[in-house]
Design a protein around this ligand. Sequence first.
Ligand code: LLP
Length: 379
Amino acid sequence: MKPNDLPIDLPTPYYYYDMELLERTLEVVKTESSKYGFHVHYAIKANANPHLLECISHYGLGADCVSGNEIQRALSCHFPAWEIVYAGVGKSDREIELALQEDILCFNCESLAEIQVIDEIAGRLGKKARIALRINPNVDAHTHHYITTGIEENKFGIYLYDLETVITEILKRNHLELIGLHFHIGSQITDMTVFRGLCLRANQIQAQLKARGLSLPHINFGGGLGIDYADPYRKPIADFQAYFATFARFFEPAPHQQIHFELGRSIIAHCGNLVSKVLYVKEGKNRQFVILDAGMNDLLRPALYQAFHKIENISSDAAEEKYDVVGPICESADCFGKEVTLNTTRRGDIIVIYSCGAYGEAMASRYNLRDLPGSVFSK
Ligand code: LLP
């Protein structure tokens, strides 16, 4: 997957998207999920670039949104409203109105307070809101603590000890239709036993609901499937086969229940690389710095989560040396990797940072009043 065909004469930094790899990935997602009749939504937060969204919607995936603007972006990129789900702990009144007016598939609700507001707004608009309960199942995803979402100390979802009360409240209300359960326990999970744990917890919860006569037509397990950041050449496509097979094996669906997923990273991460140019090579104390024209404003993951991304100098095949690869931002956290082995590097060389299609461009900012990175597509 080394991008030999990179258009290196373009102004850097920019995200370079391998559209062939995206299409191959989507083929695998479709093949593996359709073995079990699973329904996959793309988590727009991972990358909301319209060109990528058009490609993903074309493959028939639904959309998972976390804001009103994401819902609008999904609709404008041809995701049908009835394939859109909407989660988030802080939905504003305006966003709730928009989702109701657009008649999306459902709200994934995260608290009783939110459910009460949705009921009121739906009543005012003369609508019935389809809702699913996002459950905080208290299953530890064993991933970075910033991207763990399914344990009780997190702000996400309805806690198991509140579930009975919440359901009783919903059944009293007139403008709500409870259609499902929703989970999302975290991101960058590569250990399938974590997902097995989620299935077993979901089975228990469904049994509890059945005992009170409730059987819901939809269940949504969120996203979370991780990728191999260390070796993107060897495994450019995530292990969708093992992921979906785990749910098929351990989850016991209610009769006619539709099973949904919301995958972000595993679909788009390996398809995007950040291309940047070396501004300077600077000698430091016992180290050399490669100073790029890309910074933490273009790719925040290493600074925020100490995330590893493979880095290469594609302009040089001289002997290898160790460098700290940093950006131009006024913060010491603006570092893409310490002691990175690169071919001997000089001003003007092109450096590629791999596997940043997910949560790369989407989290870029204009910090230091820098321009946003560009995006370039292989097709
Ligand atoms: N569904 C919900 C409700 C979510 O909150 C997320 C991600 C997903 C689905 C998609 O999860 P994925 O398949 O991408 O793991 N910025 C962090 C990741 C944050 C994930 C937030 N939620 C990073 O760069 O690692």
